[in-house]
Design a binder for this molecule. Structure first.
Ligand code: ARG
Length: 596
């Protein structure tokens, strides 16, 4: 199948060719005036400009050649030269049937599938996963699923922060608290390690303590730096200790991500890039790319065209320690070797823009990547509290992700206990908190959180508003789940009554027609979301489908429809909406419960 926009453009393009204006014209887009038309083509103006003629005459010549086209019910011209198109009802219905029969529900793959590494999540070992990492995880998961669904070969890498000073800080604090641990014995050799009886919770408390101490105490800081260097040089005791708390932290991280239905293909960390660092840095030096600057090693990355200052990329500090940029560069070396990707996507908070600019430039300049490799940075804004400042807990601390998840979960449980507030027969079924209800609460919380985030354009800051996100009315995750559950419930009842599906026939009312048109547009919306890396298009598309469906649902008595053909067509249409919405929700990382 092809998208509806492209299909219609093909006809219009042919009319431009037939009218003698050449092959470059005829693209249609969704009409700006839905009251007048479904689609419009503005290319008569472009022809007029290029070929010095009257746009209205061009539009007339093209439109006269489209009058018999079976895909259109009307093609008219408006001044100065807009071609307005209404799509034929039979044609829309035939597309619905094609979509229903298509394995991909009419979703068209992208034009240039390739290999993409998606670097997202980026949690730090021994530091709690906080809401700052939340957006990376949920937007990254969506971009990964979207790219994969559209036919790309995609590798999602969590890129753990498991190396560098933060690890030295943790080791130092553990040493201060438990100096007798076997890891600190001078005669420690591999195999002597004892199980560390530290919980993830302890670790999360150790890191902030250490970091605070280091800020006020230069000796403590020096100790941590020393420990970092020793770890990087594989000191047996420190290395074994590190491996031990790594395990504890990763287990905890995996559990949090599972709650969010976020799932990484590989769990590489900064430490995995370490083995590539030395050769790479050697290459920077021998290639004449790196220079000494106050004892440190740097690569200049400024370009003449820069309008803002671009500091050099710092590769090695004067004490020999490698930096965040070094690790990112070495990780690029590893990715090229392992996957030879065409693109690498990075998802972090927009505050890391300069860092990635430097890293990308340095990688290109030093030739550690093929020229064709494309780095694509997908920054995002912050999640703010109602005060407009980055989201914090009530006591001003950083909200832990696990607490946030619990909060969403509790909010839903509260809501369903007061199910009188929620006007639906489906939701009223939710009574006590049993395992099933728990899972439903998780799914609703997850939907609320993710949709509330991604409905905003990626680069915008947004306000976290629990009540708004959890509402069953309006542009929210719960509203969408509720809509799909409603469709599922109608289809279940139809089955119980033995009512059969039939071929989809031409729409019999405006709402049904709008619904079909909206479904026809889902594929284009998905492609735009991919091209512009903007999951909010998928959110818009879902919301449109849901709200038009609900209008349709209230206007028609689907199950009681007496005309078998009509009812059969509606039931098939319902299965199509359900499957399309579920597919889009899946891309957003949102799972739908069977019932609510
Ligand atoms: N761990 C980093 C942080 O918490 C994010 C990592 C982002 N990815 C990368 N390749 N640098 O800020």
């Amino acid at each position: 199948m092809q998208t509806l926009t492209r299909e219609l453009s093909k006809y219009v393009n042919q009319a431009f060719v037939d009218a003698g204006y050449g092959d470059a014209y005829g693209a249609v887009k969704v009409s700006d005036r839905p009251d007048l038309a479904d689609y419009q083509c503005n290319d008569a103006m472009a022809v007029a400009k290029a070929q010095r003629c009257n746009p209205f005459d061009v539009a007339e010549a093209v439109s006269s050649r489209l009058q018999d086209c079976p895909a259109f019910s009307s093609v008219t011209v408006a001044r100065p030269g807009f071609i307005n198109i209404k799509v034929n009802d039979e044609y829309i219905a035939s597309r619905m049937n094609e979509m229903r029969a298509d394995d991909n529900l009419g979703f068209v793959p992208c034009d240039d599938p390739c290999t993409i590494v998606v670097d997202y999540g980026g949690p730090n070992v021994a530091k709690p996963l906080h809401v700052g990492h939340l957006r990376s995880a949920i937007i990254g998961e969506t971009m990964k699923r979207l790219a994969r669904f559209l036919g790309n070969n995609v590798i999602g890498d969590v890129h753990l922060g498991d190396w560098g000073l933060q690890m030295g800080l943790v080791i130092t604090e553990i040493k201060h608290r438990w100096p007798d641990l076997v890891y600190f014995r001078p005669d420690f050799v591999e195999g002597m390690d004892e199980n560390l009886s530290i919980s993830a919770e302890d670790l999360y408390n150790i890191y902030p303590t250490a970091s605070l101490k280091a800020k006020g105490d230069p000796d403590y800081m020096a100790e941590a730096q020393e420990a970092t260097l020793m770890l990087q040089n594989r000191h047996p005791g420190y290395y074994a200790l590190w491996k031990n708390f790594m395990q504890i932290s990763v287990r905890d991280l995996k559990a949090s991500y599972a709650e969010l239905s976020v799932d990484f293909d590989v769990w590489y960390g900064e430490s995995d890039a370490d083995e590539y660092v030395n050769d790479m840095v050697e290459g920077f030096i021998s290639g004449g790319f790196a220079r000494e600057s106050e004892g440190a090693l740097v690569v200049d990355v400024a370009e003449e065209s820069d309008s803002a200052p671009m500091p050099p990329c710092l590769i090695r500090k004067s004490n020999g320690a490698m930096l965040y940029a070094t690790t990112d560069l070495a990780t690029i070396v590893q990715r090229v070797k392992d996957y030879n990707p065409d693109k690498i996507w990075y998802l972090t908070d927009a505050r890391q823009t300069l860092h990635f600019d430097q890293v990308f430039r340095c990688a290109k300049k030093t030739g550690i990547v093929p020229e064709t490799l494309k780095f694509e940075y997908l920054p995002f804004g912050t999640m703010n509290g109602k005060d407009g400042k980055p989201f914090k807990t009530r006591d001003g601390g950083v909200m832990r992700l696990s607490d946030l998840i619990q909060m969403m979960h509790d909010a839903f449980a509260d809501k369903s206990r007061n199910s009188a507030n929620v006007d639906s027969d489906e939701t009223a079924a939710l009574g006590g908190i049993n395992a099933e209800a728990n899972e439903i609460a998780r799914l609703v919380g997850n939907a609320a959180l993710k949709f509330g985030d991604m409905v905003n354009h990626r680069t915008k800051n947004y306000v976290f508003d629990l009540d708004k996100f959890m509402s069953f009315n309006g542009k929210t995750g719960p509203y969408l789940l509720y809509t799909v559950v409603r469709i599922q419930s109608v289809l279940r009842k139809a089955e119980e009554r033995g009512l059969a599906c039939g071929p989809i026939t031409a729409p019999c009312g405006d709402t049904e027609r709008s619904l079909m048109l909206e479904l026809s547009r889902c594929s284009s919306m998905l492609l735009s979301a991919y091209d512009e890396k903007a999951p909010n298009y998928i959110c818009e598309s879902l919301f449109n489908c849901a709200s038009i469906f609900n209008k349709f649902y209230f206007e028609n008595r689907i199950l009681d429809e007496a005309d078998d053909a009509r009812r059969g067509s509606w039931l098939t249409l319902l299965t199509l909406i359900r499957d399309i919405m579920k597919q889009q929700l899946w891309i957003l990382g949102i799972d739908v419960p069977e019932k609510m």
